[in-house]
Ligand binder design. Structure first.
Ligand SMILES: Nc1ncnc2c1ncn2[C@@H]1O[C@H](COP(=O)(O)OP(=O)(O)OP(=O)(O)O)[C@@H](O)[C@H]1O
Length: 249
């Protein structure tokens, strides 16, 4: 059974569609990277799929009652403000709210596992507001993991993380997919997208310009047409490497 089904999803800002007739299905086991230039509509597409943005067309998630939707999909927004000086453990435990209204007061296996996956055990009793920006980002990812929803939708989750933390986070997403969950994540690092995603969606001015295995999406032609980028794609024993070289006119 699919975890997300979009049919002709469209979002208009004024007259202009910023998401334009997007149809796709996400199945358990997939780690799907959503790529496209700034302003292509990635955030808008994810928010509309979750029912957080007025839209036309259909998203299977929005057909669920709010409480069921909160158990069906975890959402990690791009904004990362942590307003309250609660401990890391308490903040991560808030991810359990869709399952238990006492979340935040109870120690749980899901919270322990989310902290361990994000390498945050040593931060458990620290105030979340007193961590660095990258550490706070990892705490917010852990909160989304603690939700243990079948589908995780994440908006630029690795922005601002150091290189090791970026790879470690994408490995967590891969392992979630391997366990039968699915991940939809927007990314700007095309090499990491190629190396860690099972499938890429390329968005171009709101339209789905390509959808498939990473190397079938990251073609010279797509990179030039959609990103205005000249890039060198190398196949190595350690997987693909994509080096952007120049901006095309
Ligand atoms: N609140 C808003 N009001 C009007 N237009 C908006 C609003 N938010 C976004 N837009 C426009 O919608 C389009 C898509 O924006 P969106 O944030 O979805 O892009 P994105 O692909 O996530 O970009 P980025 O990579 O820069 O985060 C852009 O042209 C943007 O200017």
């Amino acid at each position: 059974m699919s975890l997300l089904d979009l049919d002709a999803l469209t979002v208009r800002r004024g007259q202009c569609p910023v998401v334009d007739g997007v149809s796709l299905t996400i199945e358990p086991g997939e780690c799907v990277g959503l790529i496209g230039p700034n302003g292509a509509g990635k955030t808008t597409l994810m928010r509309a799929a979750l029912g957080l943005q007025r839209h036309a067309g259909r998203s299977s998630l929005t057909e669920l009652p709010a409480s069921a939707r909160a158990r069906a999909a975890a959402w990690l927004p791009q904004a990362r403000e942590i307003a309250w000086p609660v401990t890391v453990e308490t903040l991560v435990a808030l991810g359990r709210l869709p399952h238990d209204s006492r979340a935040g007061k109870l120690r749980s296996q899901a919270v322990d596992s989310a902290l361990a996956r994000m390498g945050l055990e040593a931060f458990r009793d620290r105030k979340a507001t007193e961590l660095s920006g990258g550490e706070q980002a990892r705490v917010l990812i852990a909160r989304a993991l603690a939700q243990e929803a079948p589908l995780l939708i994440a908006d630029e989750p690795i922005a601002g993380l150091d290189p090791a933390a970026q790879i470690a986070t994408l490995r967590v997403f891969e392992s979630l997919a391997a366990e039968g969950h699915a991940v939809l994540t927007s990314l700007h690092d095309l090499t990491l997208a190629a190396r860690h995603c099972t499938r890429l969606l390329l968005l171009d001015r709101g339209r789905l310009a390509a959808d498939g295995p990473p190397l079938e999406v990251l073609t010279e032609e797509n990179l030039a047409r959609v990103f205005h980028l000249r890039a060198h794609l190398l196949q190595t024993d350690n997987g693909p490497l994509l080096q952007p070289l120049d901006v095309l006119p």
